[in-house]
Design a protein around this ligand. Structure first.
Ligand code: AMP
Ligand code: MG
Length: 413
C-alpha cells in the first residue's frame, strides 16, 4: 500500500511543481476584476488630487483666529467641482465650503458649519479650530509616482475601485489560466435527462465550473468520459497541449474502473497520489507536458474539498498570486465529532456567534457523497490528523467558506 502524503507536504509539492504563467494582456480596469496584475501599477496622479474639504463648513486660515468669538467675513463659496476662484489671502476671511470642494491654498482648516454662528456675511467661531481640521490633504491616500498596487495582486472590487479613483483605465494582467474539466464515470448523466437504472447526475462539473468562476480562468468544459482507458487517454492527450491545467473527477481510486492514474503515468508523470485527507484521499497530481493534472476523487464533497485545498491554490500559483495561508479561527464545538486518527478531516460546519464566543456545529452525517453537508455550511471544521473524536465543548479550528451564507446564519441550532 502506498504511504499517504500529509496535506502540508502535498500542498508544498504541488506549489513547487508550478511555474507561473508569463503571458500577459492589457484589459480595461472595468474588466479587470478577478485578474492578477502582471506589473506594479504606479499612481499616475495624487489622490486626493487637490486638498479638499471633508465636511460642509467654512475654510479659514487658523493663524488668523483668536479662538472662540473670532469673526471672519465670508467672501465666496467653494462647491465640489466649482472651486472658489478669487485670490487670497486676507486674514479675516472665510470661504463657505462643501464636502469634496477645493480648499483655497491660503486656508488650512475647515470649521464645521455647526461650530460657527453666521449673521449675514459674517461667521463667529463657537469652537477653536486647529490646522488640518476637516481637510483631506492632496496625496494623502497615495502620491503621484508611488506604488498603487503591486505585481501579483489579485484584483477585486476594492482594488479596481482604487485603480478607477486614480484614473487608471487599463492594466496589464496575467492571461487567464486555461483549465479543462472532465467528469469520468459510466454512471453519470446530465441534469435534464432522465436517469436510467444505476445512473446519477453529474454534479461535479457544475461544482467545478461554479467554483472556478471566482478565479481568472478560461474554462473548457469537456463533458463526461466513460470508464474506458482508451477514451480517457485520447481525451487527455488531445487536451494537454491546449491548456495549463486539467481537472478531472472520479476514477482515481483503486477500483477496477479507476483508470486515471495509469493513463497519466503513460502520458506523463504522476507526481503524487494518496493524501492523508478526509474526504478526498485519492487525489492524484501529475503533469502531461506543460499541463498540470489534478485528478479529484468523484464523491461530490471530496471533489469540492480537494478543489478548495489543491485546485484553487494551483490556479492562484499559475496566475502568479502569492500563496496565502488560509486564516483559521477558534470556535467552540457544540456537537461531538466522530473521527479516527490518521488523516486530517475537513468537516462541514455552521459557525455562529453566541454572546462573545464563536460556536460551531457540524452539518450532520459527513459522508463524502452528501452534498447536503455543504448546502447549509459556512465553514470547514479542521479535525487534526492526530485527533480521535472531539467532544462537544472543545475548541476547534474553523476555516470560513467564502460565501455570503455566513452573513445570514441564525444562532439557533
Ligand atoms: P469514483 O471516484 O469514480 O470512485 O467515484 C466515487 C463516487 O462518486 C461514486 O459513487 C460515483 O458515482 C460518484 N461520482 C463520480 N463522479 C461524479 C460526478 N461527476 N458527479 C456526482 N457523483 C459522482
Ligand atoms: Mg468512477
Amino acid at each position: 500500500m502506498t504511504d499517504m502524503l500529509s496535506i502540508d507536504d502535498a500542498v508544498t509539492r504541488l506549489a513547487s511543481s508550478i511555474q507561473p504563467i508569463k503571458d500577459t494582456e492589457t484589459v480595461s480596469t472595468a474588466q479587470a476584476s478577478l485578474r492578477v496584475l502582471a506589473n506594479d501599477v504606479i499612481a499616475p496622479i495624487s489622490l486626493p488630487p487637490f486638498t479638499s474639504s471633508a465636511m460642509d463648513g467654512y475654510a479659514i486660515k487658523t493663524s488668523a483666529h483668536g479662538g472662540i468669538g473670532s469673526s471672519f467675513r465670508v467672501v465666496g463659496t467653494s462647491f465640489a467641482g466649482s472651486p472658489y476662484q478669487a485670490d487670497g489671502p486676507t486674514d479675516q476671511v472665510a470661504v463657505r465650503i462643501f464636502t469634496g470642494a477645493v480648499v483655497p491654498d491660503w486656508a488650512d482648516a475647515v470649521v464645521l458649519q455647526e461650530d460657527v454662528a453666521r449673521q449675514a456675511a459674517t461667521i463667529t467661531l463657537k469652537e477653536t479650530p486647529s490646522p488640518g481640521d476637516n481637510i483631506r490633504l492632496i496625496g494623502h491616500d497615495v502620491k503621484k509616482g508611488e506604488l498603487l498596487l503591486g505585481e501579483g495582486t489579485k484584483l477585486g472590487a476594492f482594488e479596481v475601485s482604487w485603480l478607477a479613483a486614480c484614473g487608471v483605465a487599463s492594466v496589464t494582467v496575467v492571461r487567464q489560466v486555461r483549465v479543462a474539466i472532465f467528469s469520468t464515470g459510466d454512471e453519470l448523466q446530465d441534469p435534464g435527462q432522465p436517469l436510467s437504472e444505476g445512473q446519477i447526475y453529474d454534479s461535479n462539473r457544475t461544482a467545478l465550473t461554479e467554483l472556478l468562476k471566482e478565479k481568472p480562468v478560461e474554462i473548457a468544459d469537456l463533458g463526461r468520459l466513460p470508464d474506458d482507458p482508451v477514451a480517457i487517454e485520447e481525451a487527455i492527450a488531445e487536451t494537454s497541449d491546449k491548456v495549463d491545467l486539467i481537472v478531472t473527477s472520479g476514477g482515481v481510486s483503486v477500483g477496477d474502473a479507476d483508470y486515471l492514474r495509469p493513463v497519466i503515468q503513460k502520458l506523463g508523470e504522476l507526481t503524487f497520489w494518496n493524501v492523508a485527507l478526509k474526504p478526498g484521499k485519492p487525489i492524484a497530481v501529475g503533469r502531461i507536458e506543460n499541463a498540470l493534472f489534478l485528478g479529484l476523487p468523484g464523491n461530490p464533497v471530496s471533489t469540492i474539498i480537494t478543489y478548495l485545498l489543491f485546485v484553487a491554490r494551483a490556479v492562484d500559483a499559475l496566475s502568479g498570486v502569492s500563496a496565502l495561508e488560509p486564516l483559521t479561527m477558534p470556535a467552540i464545538l457544540t456537537n461531538t465529532l466522530r473521527h479516527s486518527r490518521g488523516r486530517r478531516e475537513y468537516q462541514r460546519g455552521i459557525l455562529s456567534r453566541s454572546g462573545d464566543v464563536l460556536c460551531v456545529r457540524s452539518t450532520g452525517d459527513q459522508s463524502s457523497n452528501r452534498l447536503a453537508t455543504l448546502a447549509g455550511a459556512n465553514c470547514l471544521i479542521v479535525v487534526p490528523e492526530s485527533a480521535d473524536s472531539i467532544e462537544k465543548g472543545a475548541v476547534v479550528d474553523v476555516l470560513l467558506l467564502a460565501r455570503e451564507a455566513h452573513h445570514v446564519v441564525n444562532n439557533s441550532s
